[in-house]
Design a protein around this ligand. Structure first.
Ligand code: DAH
Length: 355
C-alpha cells in the first residue's frame, strides 16, 4: 500500500513530464513535487508509520523518485536555457556585410563654394584673407574711403543706418581702410582679399538687401610700380579661374571716390560669345566688378604716404559670379533655401562649373 503511494507519485510524475513545455512550467513542477508540501516530500512523512524493517526499502524507492525527478529537471532546464539562448542569438544577429545606412549630408551653398574658390586662388598668389565687421562705422565705410559726409557719391549706395554713427556696411571696401590704418605706424606692402556680406536699402524686386562682395587690395612701394597692367593681369587670372577660359575683359572708365582712375570691368558674354543675347542685353558684355588705382586721399587718410606707396583695388559682387560659374538662371534661387536646388551642389568636386 505504501509502495502504491510511491508508484502513484511516479505515475503522476511521468504524466506531468509530458506536459512541460516552458521553463516556468518546469519550475512549477519542481514546487509541486519537491516543495515543502510537494508530492515527493510528502512521501517522507509516511516513513514514520512504516515498520522498521521496511523503512530502508521505502526510503530507497522515494530517493529514486527524487533522483529521477532531479535528473529530468536538470536536463529539461538545460534544454530550455539553450533554446532561449539560441532564440536570442538569432534575434540579435548582425549582418556585417549589409551596406551601412547613408547619412544625409548637407551641401555647401554655391556662394560659399565660390568664396572658397576665390580664396584658394588668391592665397596661391600670396594674398591674405581678411574679414571686417558687418556692423560698420560711417567712418570706415565712407569717410576714410574719401567719401566725406554730404558727398554726392554717398547716394550711390543706399545705406541701412542703425544710429548716426553705425550702419550695416554697404561695401567690403570698408576693410581697405581698416587694414591700411592698422599699419599706420609701420606701413608695409598689402595683398588681401575680403569676402563677406554687405547690405543696401534696396526695395525693388530685382535687388537683394543683402549680398556678398569680395574686396581686393594690393599696395606696394612706389618703386615697385604696381600698375593698371598688374590690375588687369590679376583680374584676367581671376575671371579665367572663377568663371571660365577664353573670356575677354573690358575696362570702362567709371567713378568711385576711393580710386583714381576708376573702372567698371566687363567680361565678354560667355553665353553668346559676344554676339548678343538676353543675358548680356544684346551688348555682348557683362559687368562684373568695380576697380581702380587706389586714390591718394585714401592712402593719406589712413597713414600711407601716397608719394611712397601705391596700388590697386577691386570689388566684385559674388552672386552674379556664382550664377555665371554654375549656370544659375535666377539670383533668387540663391536665397530661397529650396532644398532641391541646394542639393544640386552636393558634389564633392568642381565638375559642376561651366568651364
Ligand atoms: N565698393 C564698390 C561697390 O560696392 C566696388 C568697388 C569699386 C570696389 C572700385 C573697389 C574699387 O575696391 O576699387 O560698388
Amino acid at each position: 500500500m505504501r509502495d502504491n503511494k510511491v508508484e502513484e507519485v511516479e505515475k503522476r510524475l511521468e504524466e506531468d513530464k509530458t506536459n512541460i513545455s516552458t521553463l516556468n512550467q518546469l519550475n512549477d513542477l519542481k514546487i509541486k513535487y519537491l516543495g515543502k508540501k510537494g508530492l515527493i516530500s510528502s512521501l517522507n512523512q509516511l516513513i514514520k508509520d512504516i515498520p522498521n524493517e521496511e523503512k530502508k526499502e521505502f526510503g530507497q524507492s522515494v530517493n529514486q523518485v527524487r533522483e529521477n525527478f532531479n535528473q529530468f529537471y536538470e536536463q529539461k532546464k538545460r534544454y530550455f536555457e539553450d533554446e532561449q539562448l539560441n532564440k536570442q542569438l538569432e534575434r540579435e544577429t548582425i549582418d556585417i556585410t549589409l551596406p551601412a545606412t547613408k547619412v544625409r549630408r548637407g551641401s555647401k551653398h554655391p556662394v560659399n563654394r565660390m568664396i572658397e574658390k576665390i580664396e584658394d586662388l588668391f592665397v596661391s598668389m600670396g594674398y591674405d584673407v581678411m574679414t571686417g565687421p558687418e556692423l560698420e562705422t560711417d567712418e570706415f565705410c565712407f569717410e576714410r574711403l574719401n567719401l566725406p559726409k554730404g558727398h554726392p557719391a554717398r547716394d550711390m549706395q543706399d545705406s541701412f543706418y542703425i544710429t548716426e554713427e553705425y550702419l550695416l556696411r554697404t561695401q567690403t571696401s570698408a576693410v581697405q581702410a581698416r587694414t591700411l590704418l592698422a599699419n599706420k605706424n609701420d606701413p608695409k606692402p598689402i595683398r588681401e582679399i575680403v569676402p563677406g556680406k554687405t547690405y543696401r536699402k534696396e526695395d525693388d524686386a530685382t535687388h537683394s538687401h543683402q549680398f556678398c562682395q569680395c574686396e581686393g587690395l594690393v599696395i606696394d612701394k612706389k618703386e615697385n610700380h604696381v600698375s593698371l597692367a598688374d590690375l588687369k593681369g590679376t583680374l584676367e587670372v581671376f575671371v579665367k579661374e572663377v568663371i571660365g577660359d577664353n573670356l575677354d575683359l573690358r575696362f570702362r572708365p567709371s567713378y568711385f571716390p576711393f580710386t583714381e582712375p576708376s573702372y567698371e570691368v566687363d567680361v565678354s558674354c560667355f553665353k553668346c560669345g559676344g554676339k548678343g543675347c538676353p543675358l548680356c542685353k544684346d551688348t555682348g558684355w557683362i559687368e562684373i566688378l568695380g576697380a581702380g588705382i587706389v586714390h591718394p586721399n585714401v592712402l593719406r587718410m589712413n597713414g600711407y604716404d601716397p608719394e611712397k606707396w601705391g596700388g590697386f583695388a577691386f570689388g566684385p559682387g559674388l552672386e552674379r559670379l556664382t550664377m555665371f560659374r554654375y549656370g544659375i538662371p535666377d539670383m533668387r534661387y540663391l536665397y530661397t533655401n529650396d532644398i532641391r536646388f541646394l542639393e544640386e551642389f552636393d558634389r564633392g568636386d568642381e565638375s559642376d562649373a561651366i568651364k
